[in-house]
Design a protein. Structure first.
Length: 90
């Protein structure tokens, strides 16, 4: 479930938004029983604070951008990335 994966990744606000959507009457019957209690608890006790994504410099132009962005928005070069983490290598 997207809600559980967002929760594990530390994306609390995003997790809450998806959980709120799933708790609507039209989607509620489609939730698997194994996730239902966890999703309900996320909606009942929201943690809507989400940390900003860390930024790092581009190896070509030293422009700052989020670590998960693989194309530099300043110089439009493709940034090499780690296959294990998916984050850019600097």
């Amino acid at each position: 479930s997207t809600v559980i994966e967002c929760q594990r990744a530390g994306l609390k606000k995003t997790s809450f938004e998806y959980a709120s959507m799933l708790m609507r009457p039209e989607y509620r019957p489609q939730i698997a029983e194994t996730y239902k209690k966890k999703i309900e608890s996320i909606v009942r006790k929201p943690t809507k604070v989400e940390e900003d994504e860390p930024v790092s410099p581009c190896p070509y132009c030293a422009g700052q951008s989020p670590e998960s962005v693989l194309d530099c928005p300043h110089c439009n070069n493709r940034i090499p990335y780690c296959v294990a983490s998916g984050l850019k290598m600097v």
